[in-house]
Design a protein around this ligand. Structure first.
Ligand code: MIC
Ligand code: SF4
Length: 642
């Protein structure tokens, strides 16, 4: 039987397990990436494993998230990452060089390879035909040490693209359409492959915009074929020899097929506070806006920025709007500086930011109170911008730039003829901000610099025979890791300081949670559907672990977060029956009387509700390997044992 693109790459990297949907599989990982906000933890975990040099083909440490240095913490973390990377044979992309996903796509991504990154948007790399996954820091640490990366074999969804995008309609509108069709949980357990004639009309960075936001579908990853366009992109990056052709077989079987006619699409927006709340821009047109932010790993490529510059050229940003522009990489920034497009952006009154995540993760540029902010980013979760009551809309660069000039939501199609902007035949290549690994003989001599902000990792003990505690928190559907462990400029500097971070745990849902949880000596969290969607930050598991959370019982989980819970040694449990979620109230006393034995035997887990006098069965969302891991007290203990 024919194979899909993803099945071909999985097959060539399969180390353990069977390629049957839902089965636990272990993959050989060719490349890894980390960013600084998750990287400190990932390297502390890597160090704890005692492997002297990374065993992958290429591992890259980026600094792009915590770039606002309002105290020593972020700068110290950058030094730690730079030196630990040097000591263990990694490449290091210096602060200012750009956002990990954009830089990786430009300089390192290669079709047919596997990549995991400690960031949920790592599938950006799948735009070039590599199989790229977001993962928790511990999983990345294990892969750097040469270990397998485990996932459940996903089912296969195909998105068949026909036609060609109309002028002013953009790759962002394609993925917003997919989000409208599938929702933020519609991709869970799936790999989304793009195919059809329409693929040939999309450049690699446009494909990467689409695979980037596959994370918002909850998809395991998304992927495009590697074709002539991929080859042109690699050639323009001076890396043509890394090209291989990749496509699905004509008789490949997909579990689900969606059809999108690119010609029929129009400019769209994701409305507050979820990436799947889609409306056409024409329905929002005329509404006042306060801020526009252009950039992020979703939309900060050369083409995106050139299109923005063409719209802004000779105009002035509306007086009631603050416009920020941040290029995705030094390569893009530098090309714009040389060809004059940057001058057009500056002249229009844009506030130029460094090449980094910036406002996307709340690292500055929080909107005004109740401010309406249009962003070319990928997430508009409540509070993520740093302003609790801000109204964030996700739009294309074209819609963003047109609206920034008008001061109101503006359909870019009202701007008249669109400028033709070709892909460059060659990009400006200068890797002077990427430090290559040091020679093996010199590794010993490198001193790892550890600032005072780096605090020890919390590590769970082996799973107890019985678990008991109160339902210290009950939350609804689609709780994101931004709810569980918020980010933003004030908190992010403490990503390597779990005790400090713990004061902010679940702050978006309930500010009293950390104190209550500590006073109760920990307990269990009750969640709705798609619990833990969004980022890959393992802090959303490590911090609850520190506060004493022993288990989560939810209606369903987002993939990376469920894996992170198991990695840290917190039990991810799932309700089995309708009505069981409703049967537990916050602060009910719960007991899991035989949990260790039930997990050992692979049985359903009994949950007694002492307050209500009821008992239910729940399912552990764990593979056999993860069961052993949780019994041992998490991945670190399990790896040491093995
Ligand atoms: C995000 O976009 O939410 C982040 C910040 O990049 C996270 C990683 C993190 O929390 O550090 C992600 O996407 O995984
Ligand atoms: Fe950075 Fe935003 Fe991309 Fe996350 S989504 S990697 S914060 S730019």
């Amino acid at each position: 039987m024919g194979k899909t693109i993803a099945q071909k790459i999985i097959e060539s990297h399969l180390v353990s397990g069977k390629m049957e949907a839902g089965e636990d599989i272990g993959l050989r990982i060719d490349q890894t990436l980390t960013q600084d906000a998750t990287g400190t933890m990932a390297y502390l975990e890597f160090e704890a494993m005692g492997v002297p040099r990374v065993k992958t083909e290429r591992s890259v440490a980026y600094v792009d998230h915590n770039t606002l240095q309002s105290g020593f913490e972020n700068a110290d973390d950058h030094r730690y990452i730079q030196t630990v990377a040097k000591k263990h044979g990694l490449w290091f992309s210096r602060p200012g060089n750009g956002i990990c996903h954009q830089v990786h796509l430009e300089r390192f991504g290669a079709p047919g390879k596997t990549l995991i990154g400690s960031d949920s948007h790592t599938p950006t790399g799948s735009g070039i035909g590599m199989l790229a996954f977001g993962a928790g820091g511990m999983d990345v640490a294990v892969a750097m040490g040469g270990g397998e990366y485990h996932i459940n074999m996903p089912s296969m969804t195909k998105v068949e693209l026909t036609g060609k995008l109309s002028p002013w309609v953009s790759a962002k509108d394609v993925i917003l359409k997919v989000l409208e069709l599938l929702s933020v949980k519609g991709g869970v357990g799936k790999i989304i492959e793009y195919g059809g004639e329409g693929v040939k009309t999309l450049t690699v960075p446009e494909r990467a915009t689409i695979t980037n936001m596959g994370a918002e579908l909850g998809a395991t990853t998304s992927i495009f074929p590697s074709d002539g366009i991929t080859r042109d992109f690699l050639r323009a990056q001076g890396r043509e020899e890394q090209w291989v052709e990749l496509s699905s077989d004509p008789d490949a079987r997909y579990d689900e097929v969606l059809h999108i006619d690119l010609s029929a699409l129009e400019p769209l927006a994701a409305c507050p506070h979820m990436p799947d709340r889609i409306k056409p821009i024409r329905e929002l047109a005329g509404q006042k806006i306060n801020q526009v932010c252009i950039g992020s790993c979703t939309n900060s490529s050369y083409l995106d920025m050139m299109r923005v510059a063409a719209i802004l050229k000779g105009k002035t940003v509306h007086p009631d709007v603050s416009l920020t522009v941040g290029c995705g990489s030094k390569q893009v920034f530098n090309m714009l500086a040389r060809n004059g497009a940057l001058a057009d952006i500056i002249a229009a009154g844009a506030r130029i930011l460094e090449c980094a995540c910036g406002p996307c993760i709340g690292m500055g540029q929080s909107p005004s109170s109740a401010g309406v902010s249009l962003r070319t980013f990928n997430r508009n979760f409540e509070g993520r911008s740093g302003t609790a009551d801000a109204q964030v809309y996700l739009v294309s660069p074209e819609t963003a730039a047109a609206s920034a000039l008008a001061g109101v939501f503006t359909d870019p199609r009202s701007l008249g003829e669109a400028a033709e902007i070709p892909m460059p035949e060659s990009f400006l290549i200068d890797d002077n901000m990427i430090e290559p690994p040091v020679e093996e003989a010199l590794m010993e001599t490198v001193e790892v610099e550890r600032g005072p902000n780096i605090k020890p990792l919390p590590v769970a003990g082996p799973l107890a025979e019985t678990v008991e505690g109160k339902a210290v928190l009950k939350v609804g559907d689609n709780i994101t890791t931004d709810h569980i462990m918020p980010a933003g400029a004030k908190i992010l500097p403490y990503r390597s300081n779990i005790p400090y971070l713990s004061q902010f745990c679940f702050g978006v849902c309930d500010k009293s949670f950390p104190d209550r949880c500590k006073a109760e000596g920990g307990g269990l969290v009750i969640g709705g559907k798609n619990y833990g969607q969004g980022s890959s930050r393992e802090h959303a598991a490590l911090v609850p672990l520190y506060l004493g959370v022993k288990a989560v019982i939810a209606q369903s989980y987002a993939r990376i977060h469920a894996a992170n819970l198991a990695n840290t040694g917190i039990l991810p449990l799932e309700f089995l029956k309708e009505g069981d979620y409703e049967g537990i109230d916050e602060m009910d006393e719960l007991v899991l009387p035989h949990v260790r034995e039930e997990i050992e035997k692979g049985e359903e887990v009994t949950v007694e509700n002492r307050t209500k006098g009821t008992a239910i069965k729940v399912k552990a969302v764990l593979s056999q390997r993860q069961r052993e891991m949780v019994l041992a007290g998490g991945l670190l203990n399990y790896t040491k044992k093995g």
